[in-house]
Design a protein around this ligand. Structure first.
Ligand code: HEC
Ligand code: HEC
Ligand code: HEC
Ligand code: HEC
Length: 493
């Protein structure tokens, strides 16, 4: 990956004080909100309830901070527009999405960002037309935001290092300090979901901050510009780090308690005692952490704190940004459907002696009965599972109709782009939903010569093709397997 160390200059923020003006009123604060690595993500798919992110919620989170800290500046670390090189089949839809990301960020009054590799996938002219505030060396009052080595002089200087998140940025911390930079914002993880965590390294030569990608969090940096600015910034632990530490200690304590009770129930008393002692120690640590007051910011020198705002499902959506998304989805659907119709059915033929998908409803070539006629009990049971409604879920998705969306359709139909399967968004008839063959495999040979030529007991690896950690956050094989079997189908007999 090309090494790009990028520092930005924020546009005028109206914070600059003309020379000779009256002494600045104190205390002076500056709140910086930081996002990065959106990778063209408008919102999570909605497949699982606890998925974070989504530009409509992100906009609400930004607006809430601004109510409390009116001058809060939103800046970005690049890689906002695309996830990676453009796939010709999705190119047009991805451009629509990138425009929607840009429009949403402009609505949130993004003040500055850097050009990441992922922003350049559709070329420079496309990028220019989006009118995003890519930084040059412009001055911006009290905040200098730009390339490492080129951050404009300002009381507070922020460098963006666009290179493998904090891992790539940390080695630049000494250099940044030598250049008078006060904070490094790290971005560009490759792939996008690598090391996808919020992280603030506060004990580095200058603090280094990384934020979760795809809009799942916002990093918030609160700066106090008081005292002698030449003394450098004190980096203080903020309420967020404290809360995180307490949560972690309490979670580990609960875990030890659980294991302790299990050990006790199993008659292993010595182990139970040891585990319970460990739990008590962690509970005491959490209590101690709560009791110690947060460090008060010093008055004789500037200081900053870092915290993270999770963009969770508890946040209401910003209706204006939701409208931007709805328009984009409509446009993407029209483009995808038109392209699919123009191309015809692109499904490949099965290789010699290999089975093809046949669907549940119709007899295959050379056979007399359909899957559902030979397996009426299994069919009836399958009809009761959510798999039998998976396509309708897209048609009636909370974000509007999404069945023509290439990012969605693959897991909500049977045999996506495989021989005999759902071939394009315009050719899903008879292959809607997660049918039998999604799990048992293509059945054309089985149906004309049963039994055999088919997977009898699909294992976890089959489920995982759709139930990825991202789309199915709660997936656990034994629990999920029970829920798709029942009388007439599998172990529930
Ligand atoms: C990689 C496969 C995959 C892709 C791609 C995918 N989904 Fe899903 N979807 C799933 C799975 C698996 C579930 C069930 C998750 C669970 O309950 O654990 C699901 C569930 C859902 C649900 C919830 C259904 C319910 O009744 O609760 C919605 C809504 C949904 N998907 C919409 C979408 C949309 C919109 C997209 C495209 C942006 C999409 N899906 C893309 C696999 C996928
Ligand atoms: C012409 C009738 C017929 C059709 C059509 C048919 N099967 Fe079967 N299938 C059978 C018979 C007979 C068996 C063996 C007895 C049993 O397990 O019910 C069988 C067994 C199976 C088994 C257990 C593994 C095995 O080979 O014993 C699976 C899984 C299966 N079928 C799935 C399907 C699916 C999925 C479809 C449709 C896509 C399908 N079958 C279509 C008749 C049929
Ligand atoms: C082709 C993709 C695909 C495969 C393969 C698949 N699933 Fe699913 N699964 C889905 C989708 C999509 C949904 C959501 C259906 C809906 O409500 O719209 C889902 C939903 C479920 C649900 C309901 C979850 C809920 O909370 O409502 C269970 C349980 C489940 N799947 C279990 C399994 C198991 C076990 C396997 C493997 C033996 C499996 N699935 C294989 C796509 C798949
Ligand atoms: C989500 C994945 C999934 C889907 C969808 C699914 N099955 Fe199954 N099926 C299984 C699993 C897992 C087993 C193994 C059950 C066992 O061994 O107890 C199984 C077993 C079977 C068997 C073996 C005999 C039996 O009933 O135990 C048949 C036949 C069968 N399925 C037919 C079907 C048919 C027909 C459909 C569609 C109408 C279907 N299955 C849809 C996962 C699935």
């Amino acid at each position: 990956m090309a090494h790009r160390t990028t520092l930005l200059a924020l546009a005028a923020l109206g914070l600059a004080h003309p020379a000779g003006a009256a002494p600045r009123p104190r205390p002076r604060t500056l709140t910086i909100l930081y996002v990065a690595d959106l990778g063209g993500t408008l919102e999570p798919c909605g497949c699982s309830l606890d998925q974070r992110g989504g530009l409509p919620r992100l906009a609400t989170a930004v607006a809430r901070v601004r109510r409390e800290a009116p001058g809060a500046v939103l800046v970005a670390g690049g890689d906002l527009l695309f996830e990676g090189p453009l796939d010709p089949e999705r190119r047009d839809a991805d451009l629509v999405k990138a425009r929607a990301v840009a429009e949403a960020l402009r609505a949130m009054k993004l003040a500055a960002t850097v050009e990441g590799e992922r922003d350049l996938e559709a070329g420079e002219p496309f990028l220019r037309r989006l009118k995003l505030p890519f930084t040059s060396s412009r001055r911006l009052g009290d905040l200098g935001f730009g390339l490492l080595g080129k951050v404009p002089a300002a009381p507070f200087r922020v460098a963006v290092v666009h290179e493998r998140g904090t891992r790539g940025a940390l080695p630049h911390a000494d250099e940044a300090r030598a250049e008078g930079v006060d904070l490094i914002l790290a971005s560009h993880r490759d792939p996008l979901n690598d090391d996808d965590v919020d992280r603030a390294i506060l004990d580095a030569p200058v603090p280094v901050v990384q934020v979760r990608g795809r809009g799942q969090s916002i990093a918030r940096i609160d700066v106090r510009l008081v005292g002698d600015l030449r003394r450098g910034f004190a980096v203080l632990q903020g309420p967020a780090q404290r809360a995180e530490e307490i949560d972690l200690a309490e979670e580990r304590a609960r875990d030890y308690r659980r294991r302790g009770s299990a050990a006790e129930a199993g008659g292993r008393e010595e182990l139970a005692r040891a585990l319970s002692a460990k739990a008590t120690e962690l509970e005491e640590r959490a209590r101690a952490l709560r009791a110690v007051p947060l460090p008060a910011p010093p008055e004789d020198r500037p200081s900053l704190t870092v915290s993270f705002i999770p963009v969770g499902s508890d946040l209401p959506e910003d209706p204006a940004v939701r409208r931007v998304l709805a328009r984009a989805y409509g446009e993407m659907a029209r483009l995808n459907l038109a392209a699919a119709r123009a191309r015809g059915r692109p499904c490949p033929d099965p290789a010699r002696d290999q089975p093809a998908y046949i669907g549940v409803e119709r007899a295959p070539l050379g056979g007399n009965s359909a899957c559902k006629e030979c397996h009426p009990a299994a069919f009836a049971q399958w009809r009761t599972t959510p798999h039998a409604r998976a396509y309708a879920t897209l048609v009636h998705s909370p974000s509007g109709p999404r069945q023509y969306d290439l990012e969605c359709v693959g897991c909500h139909v049977t045999g996506w782009q495989a021989p005999g399967g759902a071939c394009s968004v315009a050719a899903v008839e008879g292959r809607e939903d997660v049918q039998c063959e999604s799990c048992h495999g293509p059945a054309s040979l089985h149906a004309v010569d049963p039994p055999g030529h088919i997977r009898r007991d699909p294992g976890e690896e089959v489920c995982r093709t759709c139930h990825t950690p991202e789309h199915s956050t709660a997936f656990e094989m034994s629990a999920y397997r029970k829920r798709i079997l029942g009388p007439g189908h599998g172990a529930g007999d």
